[in-house]
Design a binder for this molecule. Sequence first.
Ligand code: SAM
Length: 447
Amino acid sequence: MKSKVYIETFGCQMNVADTERAATGLRKAGYDLTTVAAGADVVLLNTCSVRERAERKVFRRIGEIRNQAKRAGQQKPLIGVMGCVAQLEGAAIFEAAPSVDLIIGTQATDRIPSMIERARGGEASVIDLDERQEDEVWDVSPAERRSPYVAFVPIIEGCNKFCSFCIVPYSRGREKSRGALEIVTEVNRLRNLGYKEVHLIGQNVNSYRPKSQEGLERFSGATPFSRLLRAVAATGMERIKFTTSFPRDFHPDIVCALEEYPNLCDWIHLPVQSGSDRILKAMRRGHTADDYLRRVDAIKQSQRRLSLTSDIIVGFPGESDADFENTLRLVRNCQYDGLFIFKYSKRAGTPAAFLDDVVPEAEKTARFLALEQLQESLQHGVYGDYVGRKISVLAEKESARSSEDMTGHSTCHKVVNFRARQTQPGEIVDVMISEAKPYSLYGALAN
Ligand code: SAM
């Protein structure tokens, strides 16, 4: 009987993509993948370290898995920690959690089968924090993908930005772009397999800079990323989304590409982090609030109505009431379609961890709630504007509320629930919006 591996994924889309890639390699090496931890021979936790809370969760889960096996009278499974916590903490995890057998760094995904074999062969504390090998290609089998309709396609790994609050450059290394030909070939393959939507993903997709022009020759554009967008759009894939964009590298030619190709979706995620120039400087973002607003102007002035979302951190060290007021002003100005708000979390090893002027937790919470309330009231207006409009929705699954309804995403990446009739998951349908809720839209099939 084949050994069963269970992978639990925390954090961002990059981790989801890594899990899919790890599962593909494991299946090829003769393992079975299971969706439950109980009874698995190997449990891998694919971890996130962007905030402290996410990191603590991993250690809790390790204890739960060990105890679960003990309670069931089973042998402890091999436990592996993969992803960002593994890369950052390295061998220290073996000391903090002695039941862990494997530490798998962010670039060791393809070497997991041989690591498991070593552990099964009796080697204690197997660890690999090395870089990816040059000849490794991104290989994900459709069977391991999270969805049969929507696929994540990594185009760039790592980060060179070194924002003072962020752990990513340390956990994922320097920016490394995949070749355009390889990306276009993967999108073509996904299209032939019936996928309806791809998300080009990376910490900073618009910093895309491949080593060669191969695959981009026929496509013009002001930056390699806008050329890649055109190349991917030319595959005819029905819907193409991309996330995350970094403000400093956001060239208006991206907006031009979106205007040229309707299959490039009308959604841009452009994290600003703060509306205060003083805080943006301390965050080492490399842009001011005005620089950011100029990018937003290009987006808002497009012939297409482009949906705009962002990330903001409240309570960065030294953030005063006046700084926070500037953030509120910027948010009012941007009229975001959605906003992810984070309370600043100190990450050891980042420059911001050395800053003293800590914002008290209660103040962080108050600012979080104030910003959330503002965004909700603005979003009420943004979502309300969709009522009476027809939008294209990819039906994904039955709605949690009613078996007569389906839920899916619009091209502008809003959750849309609608009366399903004969609609099947994976179909793209037009929905006439009749009601706007704070975080979703509701409607019925247009025809
Ligand atoms: N690379 C993108 C950028 O910086 O524009 C986003 C990547 S990051 C993994 C996702 C979000 O997590 C960030 O945009 C930021 O808002 C938040 N984040 C990162 N580090 C944080 C920290 N130390 N405390 C709180 N939030 C954090």
